[in-house]
Ligand binder design. Structure first.
Ligand code: NAD
Length: 423
């Protein structure tokens, strides 16, 4: 076969994940090579004038991994360690996430190698606008739709939208999601990732015939996702026995009053000074004997160093990639069920999709309408992954991957982009 790509372009991690999924019955014999490489990679040095008048260059990236099912979708992160390999992997995961939950988008991701802590707000605004000036011809409501990610937020999206509209010369809110409400953002987006995850967990526990009210739950991380996750589950009657921020955890076997924990954090204090419960470390939180462990902070938290000590019966991956592949293998053998990130935390991209639909239609939904649609889509996505898991006797992660890959391959096949099996 003609080799059209450098080896470097092929994403090793994507290839490993594909080969793990490929052993599932329903992927046997299918040509997965279309998913071993991104469709488009762009790498541009942004020239940006600093407050002191000097010009500095910032490496910037955008990868469109796959768009067989619809325009690319994926955030833009600002971080000093951003590099092309990471952006490729994250774009691949976005393609799988959208396909697994049947959102009509492909997968993409972008980033700028910059440390936001070292720049003024004006410099960050100029970097954001420079990104859009350089990438404007590769993004668009029908081609590739960015969103916030690490160190970018609704303010960044507002600058980016404004710059894009100046270039195209007309209003185009659907080019980017995660916008402020006043510029076409969606109701409910702030907590949609957590609500989606809570719905998945509720459905999962219902299948186990246990139910949320009987479950003891530990949540790692108390940022946007962890805080709303703990709040929603607490409001639904679950027993949250542990929560943590980056420095301290609190544990109370009788259950933490999450409302009080949120009020405490809102005053700017750490959990170190929370008056109730026992102080524990983040490491101890991960090893608690609970029904459900919810890592909702950063990646690689359950790894080689603690995989043998994990006592949770179920892990709901709200962070991206919180369980490393080797820990995943061991926990699977031990019978710990892991509900993977591409399903568990997809509520955010689901509501981003609703935002895009609203921008295109010019009709905006009330919060309760957005949440009702999210509920319906998340229940359906969970049931589809669960059915495939049962049918193929595989775990949730594999089932989510296989479902996603099958859907992307079907779209590629219909477009005539797949090799036909030899007769
Ligand atoms: P955030 O920055 O608001 O919160 C992160 C939280 O983790 C903070 O409480 C921080 O103190 C804590 N933390 C940081 N390092 C930690 C460590 N080493 N140990 C324990 N806690 C630590 O971020 P977020 O938006 O809540 O995102 C959390 C995770 O969820 C990330 O992996 C993100 O990629 C993923 N995610 C977020 C969304 C979303 O809509 N925000 C969607 C999908 C996935």
């Amino acid at each position: 076969m003609e080799e059209t790509w450098d080896r470097e372009v092929i994403c090793e991690i994507c290839r490993v994940q594909l080969s793990r999924a490929a052993i599932a019955k329903s992927l046997t014999g299918l040509d997965l090579s279309v998913l071993e490489q991104p469709k488009r990679l762009i790498n541009i040095n942004l020239a940006v004038r600093m407050d002191n008048g000097k010009v500095r260059f910032f490496p910037a990236y955008r990868v469109l991994y796959n768009d067989a099912r619809g325009p690319g979708k994926g955030g833009i992160r600002f971080h000093p360690n951003v590099h092309m390999e990471e952006i490729k992997e994250l774009a691949f995961l976005m393609a799988l996430k959208c396909a697994c939950t049947d959102i009509p988008f492909g997968g993409a991701k972008g980033g700028v190698k910059v440390d936001p802590k070292k720049h003024s707000e004006h410099e960050m605004e100029r970097i954001s606008r420079a990104y859009i000036r350089e990438f404007a011809h590769f993004i668009g409501p029908d081609t590739d739709i960015p969103a916030p990610d690490v160190n970018t937020n609704s303010t960044t999206m507002a600058w980016m939208l404004n710059e894009y509209e100046k270039i195209v010369g007309h209003s185009a809110p659907a080019v980017i999601t995660g916008k402020p409400l006043e510029l076409g953002g969606s109701q409910g987006r702030d907590y949609s990732t957590s609500l989606g995850g809570a719905i998945v967990l509720r459905e999962y526990l219902a299948k186990k015939k246990s139910g949320l009210k009987k479950a003891s739950i530990a949540v790692q991380g108390f940022g946007n996702v962890g805080m709303h996750m703990a709040r929603i589950l607490f409001e639904w009657g679950a027993k949250i026995v542990a929560v943590s921020d980056s420095s301290t955890g609190i544990f109370d076997s009788g259950g933490i009053n999450v409302k009080k924990a949120i009020e405490h954090k809102a005053t700017g204090k750490s959990f170190e000074t929370f008056p109730k419960g026992k102080k524990i470390s983040n490491e101890e939180l991960l090893e608690l004997k609970v029904d459900v462990l919810i890592p909702a902070a950063v990646e690689d938290q359950v790894n080689d160093s603690n995989k043998d000590n994990i006592q949770a019966k179920t892990i709901l991956e709200m962070a991206n990639g919180p369980v490393t592949p080797t820990a995943d293998d061991l926990l699977d053998r031990k019978g710990v069920e892991i509900i993977p990130d591409i399903l568990a935390n997809s509520g955010g991209v689901m509501v981003s999709y609703f935002e895009w639909v609203q921008n295109r239609n010019g009709k905006y939904w009330e919060e309760k309408e957005v949440n009702a649609m999210l509920e319906e889509k998340m229940v359906k996505a969970f049931n589809e992954v669960h059915a495939l898991k049962e049918e193929e006797k595989i775990n949730y992660r594999k089932a989510a991957y296989v479902l996603a890959i099958k859907r992307i391959l079907k779209a590629e096949e219909l477009r005539g982009n797949l090799s036909k099996p030899s007769k």
